[in-house]
Design a protein around this ligand. Structure first.
Ligand SMILES: [Zn+2]
Length: 125
């Protein structure tokens, strides 16, 4: 807890402009942005702006599970944990699942459109 009689301590870091950081220091002697582990915050912040992250957060959870499985399998093939043939099998199964999900989604949308069309034609008469 900071002593109220003591003047506040400033961060010991030097900024990109080669000036001392003007933020108040925490117990570490650095401000939160210059403290150890702050790089991880920046990395996470940067990741949130990548197209891959944005797509993964908007993706259907079922589809994301398949994408994650295929990504994990690719990594395992690279590491030699599973054979390339096993990786290809997983990718083929994942691809089939995605096609089946697409087909079901398409059928559902078609059914909804047909229903709307039928209702619209009833009101038109
Ligand atoms: Zn600082």
């Amino acid at each position: 807890m900071p002593d109220p009689k003591q003047p506040p301590h400033y961060c010991q870091a030097i900024t990109r402009r080669n000036e001392p950081c003007k933020a108040y220091a925490t117990a570490t002697g650095f401000c939160p942005l210059h403290s150890e582990g702050s790089n991880q915050m920046h990395v996470v912040g940067g990741l949130c702006r990548t197209k891959a992250h944005m797509l993964s957060t908007r993706m259907d959870p079922k589809l994301k599970a398949i994408v994650d499985l295929i990504s994990k399998s690719a990594q395992e093939v690279h590491e030699g944990t599973i054979t390339p043939a096993q990786g290809q099998s997983i990718a083929a199964l994942g691809s089939s699942l995605v096609r089946a999900m697409d087909s079901a989604e398409f059928a559902l949308k078609l059914e909804q459109l047909e229903k709307r069309l039928t209702e619209a034609s009833r009101h038109a008469v």
